[in-house]
Design a protein around this ligand. Sequence first.
Ligand code: EZ4
Ligand code: CO
Length: 402
Amino acid sequence: MKITNIKTIVTCPDRNFVTVKIETDAGIYGIGDATLNGRELSVASYLQDHIAPTLIGKEAGRIEDIWQYLYRGCYWRRGAVTMTAIAAIDTALWDIKAKAANMPLYELLGGKSRDGVMVYGHANGGDIAETVDEVAKYKEMGYKAIRAQTGIPGLSSTYGVSKDKMYYEPADGNLPTENVWSTSKYINHVPKLFDTLRDKFGFDVHLLHDAHHRLTPQEAAKVGKSLEPYNLFWLEDTVPAENQEAFRMIRQHTTTPLAVGEVFNSIWDCKKLIEEGLIDYIRSTVVHAGGISHLKKIFEFAAMHHVRSGSHGATDLSPVCMGAALHLDTAIYNFGVQEYMRHTEKTDEVFPHAYTFKDGYLYPGDTPGHGVDIDEKLAAKYPYERAYLPVNRLEDGSMFNW
Ligand code: EZ4
Ligand code: CO
């Protein structure tokens, strides 16, 4: 089965998505997500201008060899743009292989290790009372795990807290929005949120929290310690982890479980974090960490070091990524939790999918492949719209220095 054509489809059904479609001479096609929030067109060009010409005529079943060819063969290894493009090709090739075998993808990855994939949703409010209401809504929908974020008194806006509830999108504006951040205001406020939530909902629901890479190691240690009485499922993205050693300091001071990795794109971003047992959950996902092939290797390495998966699953990762991630989540044995922010109706219409939500769990479905498709005609109705993730400054106007 030879690759005959590679299309790169850019569409904006409420937000931008890049999708790669690989066609073969057997009439079977596969699709992969290539969306990199705020940098979408770079990946589209990488795929269309650089990768596509090199793969026409190649054997579609040689997934590992194509992965190594794209990773090692281009000389310039790693990087978010490159790895997202490789991920899209890899996902599409796994989709093709599973369709050709007439099996849902999880069967090719070793079969089911679990029946359903526990997901967490985002409850965010402008203040604590509003966040409490949002958590209640997620509980009603059946969620077993809920991420809680709240606005900080004295700061006019906070990343991850939005007016839109079910489907908020952090990217906006024709130019980047600028937010103001104060760690001292945050540190004093966040324990109050979890104190209120545990008081109201008890300890039977998993609660998570995301610090969006805004802390120093010392501040992270302090936040982790202050949240210990509330028994969080995890504290996410404390420090950026470009300096992996920084997590040693956090680890020594708190037993709050630590999660990081949504911006990582390869095993080399988390090798030390995992092998030294500095984190509890690795949050990388299919689209940004080299596809099914590479992420499976990361998760298997993590399994040896008591680290579980907790894949990123915000609205800017397309339903194609979600479908693929659910098959991997279903197959691996060290699965932890899967983020699920849901997509808008418009997005779901462009990407018909087999996965379903019930009672706090997602199910990948049994359609051959990863079970997600793209309606190209509908996609063509929504042209790309420029959008950026916001920039953060401190109260004195300076950029973050960590
Ligand atoms: O900031 O997906 O855990 N989820 C998150 C997300 C990310 C966005 C970045 O594009 O932190 O909201
Ligand atoms: Co996050």
